[in-house]
Design a protein around this ligand. Sequence first.
Ligand code: XUL
Ligand code: MN
Length: 343
Amino acid sequence: MEKNGYRFSFGPWNIHEGADPFGPPVRPSVAFADKLTALKDLGFDAMQFHDDDAVPDLDSVSHGEMLRQARAMRQLLADNGLFAEFVAPRLWEHPMTIDGGYTSNNPAARAYAIERSKKAADIGRELGCNLMVLWLAREGTYIREAKDAVLATHRLLEAVNALLDYDPALRIVIEPKPNEPMDLAYIPTIGHALALGMQSSDPVRVGALVESAHAILAGLDPSDEMSFALAFDKLWSVHLNDQNGLKFDQDKAFGSVDLRRAFNQVRVLDENRFWETGVIGLDVKAMRTQPAELATKHLRNSLHAFLRLLDVVRSLDRAQVDELIAARDYEELDWLVVSSLLG
Ligand code: XUL
Ligand code: MN
């Protein structure tokens, strides 16, 4: 498979049991080792990690044991010709994070969140990757009166600064999302993420991750969100997927809902030579209806959709595009794109 210099990743959570808020799992759990095999067999290059994907039961293992397990994971990846793209602290399952971590009203909960994030940084170091993704899952509210949003913003900044200070090699990417699990999230868009980073103690080490579905849920176009970050060299990772309108976070296979929207994401990434600096991360889920033995096709489909769209992007006649732009003949440009997508 020709990947044109692009590298691809997914996380262990992208091969899952199919549970949703209204129904139990419908597929058996897949062992990490089998997920790694699938990653390799499907032509991927890197694994994304939540901290406890690398070190299970993280809250109950000793520091030394945590480092040992992370080192063993690095070896396992290397033995398979793979690497870790990022580590993200999982700050949304522990009882201490019920009302958020960094922005909780409870000082003990805030302290827990920072400590847990420092562990994620330690794990990242042992995995040989200095990229930390902050998906700020519960940093928001169910009702506006429950938290002071100005104070919460400062608390987010303090958390980012504490992590930058803790590990001088650490680079942080903020993955914004406007809702879910919280009704109202404090960092809903890339603009918010980058503004927070610019206010941090070391802005050079804070960037952003655009997830297609999260941008769509914010009512924004993912390729524009990507472009805004690219304009400041701040797009350090992406989570490509698709989303059918303003519903729950669907994590559908990339390109499966709106091919032109997917095309434009591939276009801006390629026009800005993303393959040189970033990994094409996917964050996709198989449909609940998918039989267990067939539940990696969403990953195959997403990777292949990216590569097919890359062909379309690169085969567009650039001179013709420039001519149509100069003539302001956007109707003809529209047809050029549509007919290219129709094949
Ligand atoms: C949640 C989400 C997460 C992050 C990593 O919507 O996208 O999986 O990507 O924590
Ligand atoms: Mn994501």
